[in-house]
Design a protein around this ligand. Sequence first.
Ligand code: MF3
Ligand code: CO
Length: 248
Amino acid sequence: MIKCWAPVELEKLRRSGHVVRQILDEAREKVRPGVTTLELEKFVEKRLAQLGAKPASKGYRGYPWCLCTSVNNEIVHGMPSNRRLKEGDIIGLDLGVVVDGYYGDSAITVAVGAVNENVQRLLRVTEEALELGIQMARVGNRVGDISATVQGYVEKNGYSVVREFVGHGIGREYHEEPQVPNFGQAGHGPLLKEAMVFTIEPMVNEKGPELRVLDDNWTAVTADGGLSAHFEHTVAVTRNGPDVLTRL
Ligand code: MF3
Ligand code: CO
């Protein structure tokens, strides 16, 4: 069953979304050559406590950290470590939080110092794919309209979409129905109704879509070693169109 949330619940979800946004925006400012991914984790952990929020990912299926830090060819679920970022890297920061029992989830991919034009284009296209997907989150559309829009835009730009991980319903649990794939057919899938809430989160690879998971059992990397970018928002379907809960 895909839930439709009462107005007061939507405001709780928005509160969680705003905490995610605030912390991710602050973490983005900490990204620079020489910083370690563990330092970013420690910063996020501190800010969560200060804002009265809990990490959604820490302890989720045994994941040990608040933040996912996915560098370069890492697609998602990269783990904080003593790895030092260097100029020209890209890093995905993916944060889920719980405030008062309601979840919020967002991700950004950030350039470390100056990156070349190809890399800038990968980041831009991935974020644009997310924005176009969000625009399809409307009453009467179907999940497949979002999926097909994201996939079409990404592939038109010469990149590929990851199949193994998908957007998801979110509310009183981190992952709820429906699944929101970044590939699919317009007009297919669950019908979107007022007050449904889910994430849209394209994972876009520079080269092929295939992935493998490292021996840590978490880090998903591109099979061909190409770069990968990830942007994510939590979105509510409203009678006035998409309402991005993870935006201030
Ligand atoms: N925030 C991720 C998502 O988009 C979840 C990461 S899985 C975890 O769903 F184990 F790290 F929590
Ligand atoms: Co998510």
